[in-house]
Design a protein around this ligand. Sequence first.
Ligand SMILES: C[S@@+](CC[C@H](N)C(=O)[O-])C[C@H]1O[C@@H](n2cnc3c(N)ncnc32)[C@H](O)[C@@H]1O
Length: 227
Amino acid sequence: MIDFLSSRLNMVFDMLPKEASSRKRVIDVGSDHGLFSLACLQTFDDVFCVCTDIHELPAKRTQQCLEENGYGLRVEVHNVDGLEGITLIPGDTIVMSGLGGNNIIHILHEVIPRTPIEVLKSVTFVLQPQKTFDGVRRFLTRNGFDIEDEVTCVDSKLHYFCIRSVFSGNAHELSSKDAFYGPILCKKFSQGDKDVRVYFDYLNKKYSYKSRSNNELRSLMEKEGLL
Ligand SMILES: C[S@@+](CC[C@H](N)C(=O)[O-])C[C@H]1O[C@@H](n2cnc3c(N)ncnc32)[C@H](O)[C@@H]1O
């Protein structure tokens, strides 16, 4: 547990690959305050951080935070959209947390076609979308990514989840249920995971309200016996 990270960011941090060879560089997209990268640099002696932010002020904030903490030589900060201008290398871990789902899809859309398959296969994606989470899951699986793990947390009464995904080349279609709830979270739910139960209760309440104006969602929830 990193004391200066929120519960949400601790959840994301715990989803980083455990093996050092699988996280030679951590690329923190939308780094903002820089705290996530600070936690990486403090925890892993061998890691190099690449931070990007689309806005100038947060990019400067990141640079300042990491330099003030003595990590100026182990970090690069770019004021760019997503991963623009960043060439992925084997063993990279890409973290996108606190970004909207459509924004994450837009960033993935830009980087996937220009990255060689062999490099892509060695990259780990740790994603914590704020919205459009079903769209992110569908985008991943349709484009040959496997969802390796999913976790949830509650932070200041708000509910979040995080996905770890790797490219296998095995494109597949998720059922509506798996896209909405998450294939791994569904497995954990059926194994009696209490945190996932709390998260599903929250989703069911929130979307049963929203589904009044969304026919597709309403019929999915009816099918799942949630309405
Ligand atoms: C809500 S903050 C999240 C900060 C941090 N990642 C976290 O999880 O606490 C979103 C940050 O992402 C940046 N951002 C939004 N869209 C982006 C994009 N397409 N590329 C890079 N940065 C982006 C924003 O400027 C902002 O600093």
